[in-house]
Design a protein around this ligand. Structure first.
Ligand code: ACO
Length: 326
């Protein structure tokens, strides 16, 4: 008996915000954004759309791709830094929208590393034998927590959700989850954060004016830590499993910045078979790796048994690398 990824899905809102649109909003240029980040456009949700709407669409597509019914799902986890509201959990709102019967539903928050944290969590929960079919979603409406007057951050992010149906399969010989290296170091929590409006800094009128409810970031520090954390986590996973870079069918790093992706690829010695779509979506936080998996899956570029190496980093600093057998 094994545990398998049975289906994938993703959803991005229709509206596209290009670099030339951003040129009209802040003092930036297409040339600067492309050369520093590789991003050309991102999708932005309207004010009527909540994270649960993006998540439910992605979840529905994963359910259809898995060929299961919502009734079969007995665990829903949503990874997000932009929940619909502080409580109830966004996972319960997604559950209602998809008609999933009563079951364990909760949110996790590990910033852009959230989907990989979720995979490890789901795998452990299914392995315990108490649940059979999980819907794991990474979804964020980052446009709602971006300061659209700050050129150093507003060019980086986009809105999206992605989803995986992960299921216990009595017919499968082995688990999809080969190995993971998952960690965090809170000493670096100051480099990337939304300083308000949680319990440490409650909402005030003045806080709104100061954009305390928006992402602030030390870009260069985050960049350096991202490259070293993702590379060393990948290296540990490869060393532990005896898998070589040549054995990897696809490497999927978190899609935050093309230059970060290239640096990690170079350090690992995997110059080809690195999946990239940051140009089309920007940084979509915990949706990012699931979008890549869904695109590869739907385009037939993943075959049963292929090894996929994923890696992510995010605020905290959180990071992870996971080796998956498709
Ligand atoms: N357009 C034009 N100029 C800009 C822009 C812009 N959009 N943004 C910044 N600049 C300017 C700066 O003001 C600075 O000007 P100065 O030299 O006159 O002061 C200059 O460009 C260089 O700024 P740096 O920040 O040093 O630029 P850098 O090459 O480091 O690139 C970037 C910045 C793209 C943000 C990079 O540091 C990066 O990608 N860091 C990682 C960010 C990231 O991935 N964050 C997501 C984390 S995941 C999560 O959990 C959300």
């Amino acid at each position: 008996m094994g545990i398998v990824i049975k289906g994938t899905g993703c959803y991005v809102p229709e509206r596209v915000l290009t670099n030339s649109d951003l040129e009209k909003m802040v003092d930036t240029s297409d040339e600067w954004i492309v050369s520093r980040t590789g991003i050309r456009e991102r999708h932005i949700a309207g004010p009527e759309t909540a994270t649960s709407d993006l998540a439910a669409q992605a979840g529905l597509r994963a359910i259809l791709s898995a060929g299961i019914t919502p009734e079969e799902i007995d665990l829903v986890i949503v990874s997000t830094v932009t929940p619909d509201m502080p409580t109830p959990p966004t996972a319960t709102i997604v559950q209602r929208k998809l008609g999933i019967p009563p079951c364990m539903c909760f949110d996790i928050e590990a910033a852009c590393t959230g989907l990989l944290y979720g995979i490890d969590l789901v795998h452990g929960m299914l392995a315990s034998g108490h649940r059979k079919t999980a819907l794991l979603i990474g979804g964020d409406k980052l446009s709602g927590v971006v300061n659209w007057t700050d050129r150093s951050t507003c060019v980086l992010f986009g809105d999206a959700a992605s989803a995986l149906v992960i299921q216990v399969d009595p017919a499968a010989g082995e688990d999809f989850y080969v190995a993971g290296e998952i960690s965090a170091d809170g000493r670096n929590a100051e480099f990337l954060k939304i300083p308000g409006f949680g319990s440490a800094c409650p909402p005030t009128q003045e806080g709104i004016v100061q954009h305390l409810n928006s992402i602030t970031m030390n870009g260069p520090k985050t960049y350096q830590m991202a490259v070293s954390a993702m590379s060393s986590a990948c290296r540990k996973v490869l060393d532990r499993t005896g898998v070589t870079p040549e054995d990897i069918r696809w490497a999927i790093p978190h899609q935050a910045n093309d230059r970060i992706i290239s640096s990690v690829a170079e350090r690992l010695g995997i110059s080809e078979r690195i999946y990239r779509n940051v140009a089309r979506f920007g940084n979509t936080s915990s949706a990012s790796i699931g979008i890549c998996l869904d695109e590869l899956n739907r385009s037939g570029q993943l075959k049963r048994g292929d090894l996929v190496l994923t890696a992510a980093f995010g605020a905290g600093l959180t990071w992870a690398a996971e080796l998956i057998r498709w």
